[in-house]
Design a protein. Structure first.
Length: 221
């Protein structure tokens, strides 16, 4: 009897009740973990904050170095009239130096887990920053009362530019002090210690920069 070829029949079983083979949809991850659940925010690496403040400080330093170079070159001009610097600047300088001291005391309190002490001295530093700015405004008023304005002569122009530019940048530092002092760190990506340290770098830099400007203006009269 001749062999009969039996066609192969592919049987597809449609199991609607969980029995056979079924296509399994891909697993989608909606969160940060393997179980698809969103993980809580982890503190970011502090390196990015240190890098950012370093770039900011270098940028400000280059700006003021350009102004200082222009000041020294322009000082030799025939129309240069020496400016009598208001003695109030010595008081303002002392206030800014003291503010750096209170800021370090605040950081010391924070390292000892004394949060109320940290906030107290941090607030004092912020207040001293405002006192410095008010003192700068009073120094300008003294010059205005003497009839010395921005466009009076090159010496007065540089005085207003130096003090005004420094005041603007210091105001940014005051904003940073307020932000660090008032921020809620329970869900922040940066710790209070890192935030205070980064802000202190900028504040101390503004202090040293001001001392440099004062020496430059007094010695280059």
């Amino acid at each position: 009897m001749p062999a009969t070829a039996t066609p192969e029949i592919e049987v597809v079983i449609d199991d609607r009740h969980g029995g056979g083979h079924r296509d399994i949809p891909p697993v989608r991850h909606y969160g940060g973990g393997d179980d698809g659940k969103k993980r809580p925010n982890r503190p970011a690496s502090p390196t990015r904050y240190y890098t950012a403040i370093a770039i900011g400080i270098v940028s400000v330093l280059m700006f003021f170095m350009a102004l200082a170079s222009a000041f020294l070159v322009r000082k030799g001009g025939p129309d240069w009239v020496p400016l009598r610097i208001p003695s109030l600047l010595w008081f303002n300088t002392a206030v800014l130096v003291i503010s750096s001291g209170t800021l370090e005391i605040a950081r010391k309190r924070l390292s000892l887990s004394d949060l109320p002490g940290f906030k107290r001295y941090w607030g004092i530093t912020t207040a001293l920053g405002f006192v410095f700015l008010i003192g700068q405004l009073l120094a300008w008023r003294i010059l205005v009362s003497q009839g010395i304005y921005l466009a009076s002569n090159p010496a007065s122009s540089f005085f207003y530019i130096f003090t005004g530019a420094h005041a603007v940048h210091l105001l940014g530092g005051i904003g940073g002090l307020i932000y660090v002092g008032q921020r809620n760190y329970d869900r922040a990506k940066i710790t209070r210690e890192v935030a205070a340290e980064v802000t202190s770098y900028y504040w101390h830099f503004m202090d040293v920069l001001w001392l440099f400007l004062v020496v430059l203006m007094f010695l280059a009269k």
